[in-house]
Design a protein around this ligand. Sequence first.
Ligand code: AP5
Length: 208
Amino acid sequence: MRVILIGPPGAGKGTQATWLKERLGVPHLSTGDMLRAAVQQGTELGRQADGYMRRGELVPDDLVIRMAVERIGQADCGNGFLLDGFPRTRAQAEALDVALQAAGTAIDVVLLIEVPDELIIDRITGRVQDPETGTIYHLRFNPPPPEVAPRVVQRKDDTEQACRARLDKYHSETAPIVPFYRDKGLLRTVDGVGSPDEVSRRLLAALG
Ligand code: AP5
């Protein structure tokens, strides 16, 4: 199954993708994770992406499209994938369509997780991650266990200022792709407010 997860920063895309990928039996492809890995490894792509990410801006389409299309073409995506954070612009959505058409496939469903802006800043500024397992926590809503707490890290773009910039970009660049998928009959909208388990149940129901 080929699934896209869309939602504002902090909507819970990464949190939900952790179990959804197991359930669907497909790889979780997060362009944010790929770009952070490139930054950490000091590759040319990472060097070019770093500043945009720190400021909460989108990395230019040509860089991200090349990276994502290449990843989707890899062998482990033969039975599908769970895309998280891509596409994020109209140009990316169109490029994805072209790449999938060339491969004789198409997206099956687009899941939009909706969370109001006023909840986002709290979620983002309290987020921490275990660098060893990748598990995402929240200092208040889902605190890391005592043995994990000393090693958790915070993302560089999880400041309030960068978060507000990311939200602006979401509304100006990413939200406009929602009608693109609605017109194709692929969109299913899920309320992202509530506990992660409640949101999981809604996603399952939306997937049928
Ligand atoms: P990316 O890594 O994709 O970040 P994002 O879309 O801003 O999303 P987040 O990872 O911040 O949030 P999430 O929805 O996964 O939430 P999470 O589950 O962690 O992108 C980062 C940057 O990379 C971009 O700004 C851009 O620069 C660049 N980039 C990436 N892709 C790109 C593209 N295609 N084109 C151009 N540039 C690109 O949850 C957040 C917190 O909330 C956690 O602490 C979690 O524990 C908590 N939480 C989750 N669910 C709940 C719940 N139900 N109730 C309470 N708390 C919850």
